[in-house]
Design a protein around this ligand. Sequence first.
Ligand SMILES: O=P(O)(O)OC[C@H]1O[C@H](O[C@H]2O[C@H](CO)[C@@H](O)[C@H](O)[C@H]2O)[C@H](O)[C@@H](O)[C@@H]1O
Ligand SMILES: O=c1ccn([C@@H]2O[C@H](COP(=O)(O)OP(=O)(O)O)[C@@H](O)[C@H]2O)c(=O)[nH]1
Length: 465
Amino acid sequence: MSADARLVVVSNRVAVPKARGAAGAQGGLAGALNAALKERSGVWFGWSGEEAEEHTGEISTQTTDGVTTATIDLSKRDVDEYYNGYANSTLWPLFHYRLDLAEYERETAKGYERVNERFAETLHPLLEDDDVLWVHDYHLIPLGERLRSRGVQNRIGFFLHIPWPATRLFVSLPYHERLVRTMLHYDLLGFQTHEWLDSFLHYCRTELGAEIDEETGAITLDGRTTIARAYPIGIDWDHFSKLGEDEAAQRAQQRLLNSTRRRTAMIGVDRLDYSKGLPERLDGISRFFDQHPDRVSDLVFIQIAPPSREDVESYQKIRAELEQKAGQINGARSEVDLVPVRYVNRGYSHAELFGFFRAAKIGLVTPLRDGMNLVAKEYLAAQDPEDPGVLILSRFAGAAAQMEDALLVNPHSPDDLAHAIGKALDMPLEERRRRYESLIGTVRDDNVQDWTENFLRDLDSAGQL
Ligand SMILES: O=P(O)(O)OC[C@H]1O[C@H](O[C@H]2O[C@H](CO)[C@@H](O)[C@H](O)[C@H]2O)[C@H](O)[C@@H](O)[C@@H]1O
Ligand SMILES: O=c1ccn([C@@H]2O[C@H](COP(=O)(O)OP(=O)(O)O)[C@@H](O)[C@H]2O)c(=O)[nH]1
């Protein structure tokens, strides 16, 4: 493969330069992918995030700093069936172990295939022979196979940002075999953790009868070999850990400190998603206050929860449930000068989050299931090494595999959560430092640049691995 081959990244959402700077718009992923794209004068292709009357196939391109973004609008029907429907009402709940919320509708499944075909149709003419393609996430699982069916022989890698479910759950998906067979058209498959990777390999072995080489991750079926490996994503350490110098971060930190005074601030930052375990988190906090009514005045919990996927019914329900639970705790525990839970339904920039994280002595990250969870890593990156806060982390987040020295909890158990909150509140400085020291290495070293390099190095040499 030639050293100056272009990199083509394909994802549902694209960080188009004009959107950067808006709260939450430029995550570490966008920064790292932009760096890799810049190095390889690449193209980033995907949905503009806009709904058009009709699908026109028109591509909007923009080149900034050597990186070209190429986006298409989708019709309302496409957005409903592909994004709100199959991606976020079928695959997302199923892959997060919420079979009770997964909807299996033929129409949305067809819409998903139609949009993947549209992506292939629109992207194909833009491709050059030497291009290396990197497809991201559950919205675009069949894209590689769709491109292959058009004769594309380039190297194509795929990274799944969310968990891969256990085989017994996954087989509840109609046409599960067809979906996985499309994945075997990629040269390289990346998963966040060994747990999700093992679930995938288990499916390929037991349901498809594929031959698996555990050493290399090679999956061979019908004479074709695909490599599957774990690549845990990280944060952009160089960027994030320096945000403390930013005025917005300092202002945010001071603002939180001034408003909490002598009380310990405990923070949660999550998209408003049922996978993040937000009602369960409030149940744990409520249990803590029930068990320790004398400590209501010691603690203030701040939950930042920007709305997400608002057109999907299960997301509307979780929002209502959360508002009710936060209201109940505050109704029962507030005084004229004391409100125990601050529930904030909006997003903040990374600089502001840095300031809030730094001011909060406890970070509460308790998803019921999560591919990785970058907030856990950002919380640690924002801590003062001399006086660090405590991370309470769900054992079901992908990040837990790298973070044994966090206070690991079962987010389904209010008692477990309440116990961890008490332990974090009372943890001596020496133990906080010891835990921080043991955790910060992986946050700093296993960063998003490292993740990009590892994946692209293996993709460049796929076939020889
Ligand atoms: O694009 P949205 O529908 O608004 O959703 C936002 C993103 O959510 C998911 O994030 C996942 O990727 C993170 C980075 O690898 C990972 O830490 C987290 O555990 C995952 O949930 C989704 O996978 C993305 O495609 C969405 O853009
Ligand atoms: O108000 C907010 C809330 C979240 N985020 C960012 O959104 C990302 C969330 O990533 P994570 O892996 O934790 O979960 P996801 O939402 O991707 O499932 C992190 O970089 C957060 O800092 C943000 O910029 N502003």
